[in-house]
Design a protein around this ligand. Structure first.
Ligand code: FES
Length: 152
């Protein structure tokens, strides 16, 4: 049994092989693996006895799930209206340049993933960037380099 299949077995067992727990099983796997590889989805289908199309349908519906590996550091730039007005596009451009990534991409060394979001609920701080859960309000390029450089 591969490492992925063994993890799926453990997670499915933790949820008493209950097919109604499909979302929770997928969340646990996303948490454990950092993404949902095809092998994991096929194993979930087999072990929970749920059609693989249903597993994919659920996994693609929720933004929490990823079908590609994510970076160790999650970088999110808010592109909501308030942040847009306050310069979010420039902040995104500077961030993308520093990381050499486009939004939605992960670096080949899996160090960073760059994403955008439509509002983080702190519009007065805009433009806002979040690095590993820590909010930064309108950072200068130097500050941005420091924050990103510190993320090993
Ligand atoms: S629009 Fe960016 S935090 Fe609300």
């Amino acid at each position: 049994m591969t490492g992925v299949a063994a993890l799926v077995s453990k997670v499915v067992e933790n949820h008493h092989e209950d097919k109604d727990m499909l979302i929770q099983v997928l969340l646990d796997l996303q948490c454990g693996l950092g993404w949902l590889p095809q092998e994991a989805l096929a194993e979930v289908s087999r072990q929970l006895r749920v059609p693989v199309t249903r597993v994919y349908q659920v996994a693609s519906y929720y933004k929490a799930f990823s079908f590609a590996p994510k970076g160790r550091h999650n970088v999110t730039v808010c592109l909501g209206t308030a942040c847009q007005v306050r310069g979010a596009p420039r902040l995104l451009d500077r961030t993308a340049d520093l990381l050499k990534l486009a939004p939605g991409e992960t670096s080949p060394d899996l160090r960073f993933s760059l994403n955008t979001v439509n509002c983080l609920g702190c519009c007065a701080l805009g433009p806002v960037i979040v690095v590993d859960g820590k909010y930064h309000s309108n950072p200068s390029t130097t500050e941005l380099q420091r924050v990103l450089g510190a993320a090993e």
